[in-house]
Structure formats: C-alpha cells, structure tokens
Design a protein. Structure first.
Length: 114
C-alpha cells in the first residue's frame, strides 16, 4: 500500500509559477512510475508529465513550461510550473505505480486567474 500526498496548489495569476510536490509513503527507489495528471471541470483526466527510469515525457501543452523532478532523499517528486495560463486550471493528481499496483493522490487545486 502506498499513500501519496500532494501539496503546493493554489491561486496564481497568468504568467506566474507554482511548484507541486507529491510525497510518497514508500521509497521512490521502489516506485516504477511517477506522474502528474490533471482534470479540469467537464474534461477527462489527462497526463501532464511522467517519469519512469530515466525516461521523462510531457504533454505537448506544457512542454517548455513545466518540469518534473524527483528528490530521492525526501521520497517526493515535484512539478515546477512556469508561465502558467488560465487553461492550466485544474485539479492536479500525482500517480505512482508500485509493485504493479497504481496509486493516486487526493489531488490539489491549481487556479490560474487574474
């Protein structure tokens, strides 16, 4: 069983930055897949960024603006979001795959508005 806890969401103006973090209850050395997804009202949940091993991929809509990274000492992974746009407004979820099971965090709201 893995517990994931997101933090760092909030309200930011267009062009601003936020950093989301996902804290894992298990060592991330044992986590096979770490990702960030988002779900806007009335839309399906979509991949934002993910890493597995040394591979990282981003949604086209966030390339060049968002960066996913990991902190092995803190058992966390983060999403640095720069140049935020109103269309980035959504609930952001972290996702992990551990021992063939998938786990989700509870979500954190990101609102980009002036």
């Amino acid at each position: 069983q893995v517990q994931l806890v997101e933090s760092g969401g909030g309200l930011v103006q267009p062009g601003g930055s936020l950093r989301l973090s996902c804290a894992s209850s298990v060592s991330i050395f044992s986590v096979d897949y770490m990702g960030w997804y988002r779900q806007a009202p009335g839309k399906e949940r979509e991949l934002v960024a993910a890493m597995t091993g040394s591979l990282i991929n981003y949604a086209d809509s966030v390339k060049g603006r968002f960066t996913i990274s990991r902190d092995n000492t803190e058992n966390t992974w983060s999403l640095q979001m720069n140049s935020l746009k109103p269309e980035d407004t959504a609930v952001y979820y972290c996702k992990a795959t551990y021992q063939l099971q998938t786990y989700w965090g509870q979500g954190t709201q990101v609102t980009v508005s002036s």
